[in-house]
Design a binder for this molecule. Sequence first.
Ligand SMILES: *Cc1c(COP(=O)(O)O)cnc(C)c1O
Length: 386
Amino acid sequence: MSNYKNIDSALIHGGIYGDRFTGAVNVPIYQTSTYEQSGLGENKGWEYSRTGNPTRAALEALIAELEGGTHGFAFGSGMAAITAVLSLFKTGDKVIISSNVYGGTFRVLDKVFNHFGITYSIENTADINTLDSKITADVKAILIESPANPLLTITDIKAVAALAKKHGILTIVDNTFMTPYLQQPIKLGADIVVHSATKYLGGHSDLVAGLAVVNNEDLAEKLAFIQNSTGGVLGPFDSFLLIRGIKTLGVRMDRHTFNAKKAAQFLLKHKAVKKVYYPSLEDAQGYEINKNQAKNGGAMISFELYENYDIKTFFKSLSLIALAESLGGVESLVCHPASMTHASIPYETRQKVGITDGLIRLSLGIENIDDILSDLQQAIEKSEVK
Ligand SMILES: *Cc1c(COP(=O)(O)O)cnc(C)c1O
């Protein structure tokens, strides 16, 4: 292993670096389903690629190191990773989720895990005192996102983890929006970290992948069993692409967050903008907490235009910034949470948690900031109803 102290270097040299057989600086794509065994019960540590594959193993070691956990697991999507983690629970167990949790996480609990008698409740995890009173005997875990999608709500990860420990239950953090470059939940006390690696970790909008990291051997053994039994593993080629994406995570995140700060300031001052949600703004909900637990506010911004601006025209008028689901790629993307990412949440619930029909979510890419701002400006101008 190389000698380094900082995550910027771990992104490039972490986990299993290169190939010890050839000296290749990149981990090869072991595009194989099976491995020849030299005799009965004799193998080189690999038997079948659902159970283990060297390219995937390199990725799993890398994410474990980056998150400061003991073991990593790679899956075919973020939802497959979340599904595997939720498979740790059994009939009668209940999971508390943040009110602004990713729509797919809500959906899998509401429409799939309910078949198995695993229940959930939606709580404001930013309110620690109230949260304490919601932890009944059947609650086995708290699943949070900070910042949470799409209002960038901040939850105090350390406080939630301490509360969960007090009750002997697990803290699961979906760290997709921050990545280990900006925030490391296990160091704050979390037991499990999950990722949609489709987003910043992959970073190029060219793959769908999920990761999970645990902080102890017991959880690792259970999750390895679930991963192998249910089989939602990431293939060797996508594992390679993800390792490749992670190498540039540091430089990308620096530019993503630089652009986000500039865009937030631009929107904040704009006469058409009613509200800006961005954790690095000093009057943002959870500003101090976020400052303590993360390097900065990340690169996602949500905002609302005043009623005399037509958001349909706004979306149509953007030309550099693409209207698309997803986030975290090098290209700037914009979406309408109410009809896209959060459409699976019932209308009444959406209103209750603040996902209004006028809300716009922006994922800042790494293009030149002046080009991004002028695209926003011309689209806002065109959308004004005169
Ligand atoms: C996208 C996303 C997911 C789901 O990941 P997929 O890779 O699309 O399955 C989960 N959590 C968050 C916060 C996300 O943004």
